[in-house]
Design a protein around this ligand. Structure first.
Ligand code: GDP
Length: 175
């Protein structure tokens, strides 16, 4: 239900990125404010809904946590088709996961919907001692490609709700 005078909308949001980067953990933190250290990887796709109110407008995120994209890459377009927003996750301690995230961004730009809001999430930001991807490099890449960017920690709850809020803001502005 919309707040008095406010706007209300639904937004399909997908998570993309290498297995192990923390996609399910980001969703779990956002939806339930929980963290599980050794989580079984998601089989297929898990689905969650969560409403966020920013200023006077609310966005109901329909979140598709799409595991198995690496093994079943051909299924990926089915996930991101019609997505209002995508979070592309990498692990700041894993350079290959950052390279892979860039590939996902390219694929979204080539084959996704034109208005999809894309957020790049450098997750596991709590593991600074093992950092392999600099924040500056990632921020520059995000800026050059029109992406939102945040370093997040699903473990410590850093920047997770902030990232969803920024996405919601962009979606509301675009309405
Ligand atoms: P997914 O395969 O991308 O969905 O990744 P998961 O959410 O299953 O997370 C993979 C592993 O990384 C799990 O053991 C998580 O507990 C761990 N993990 C996820 N997010 C973080 C984080 O922000 N910091 C740390 N230190 N570990 C995390």
């Amino acid at each position: 239900a919309s707040t008095a005078g406010g706007k209300s909308s639904n937004a399909k949001l997908v998570l993309l990125g290498d297995a192990g980067t923390g996609k399910s953990s980001i969703v779990l933190r956002f939806v339930k404010n929980q963290f599980i250290d050794f989580q079984e990887s998601t089989i297929g796709a898990a689905f969650f809904s969560q409403t966020l109110t920013v200023d006077d407008a609310s966005v109901k995120f329909d979140i598709w946590d799409t595991a198995g994209q690496e093994r079943y890459h051909s299924l990926a377009p089915m996930y991101y088709r019609g997505a209002a927003a995508a979070i592309v996750a990498y692990d700041i301690t894993n350079q290959a996961s950052f390279d892979r995230a860039k590939k996902w961004v390219q694929e979204l730009q080539a084959h996704g919907s034109s208005g999809t809001v894309v957020a790049l999430a450098g997750n596991k930001a709590d593991l600074i001692d093992s950092r392999k991807v600099s924040a500056e490099e990632a921020r520059r890449y995000a800026q050059d490609n029109g992406l939102l960017f945040m370093e997040t920690s699903a473990k410590l709850a850093t920047n997770v709700s902030e990232m969803f809020s920024q996405i919601a803001k962009r979606l509301i502005e675009a309405q």
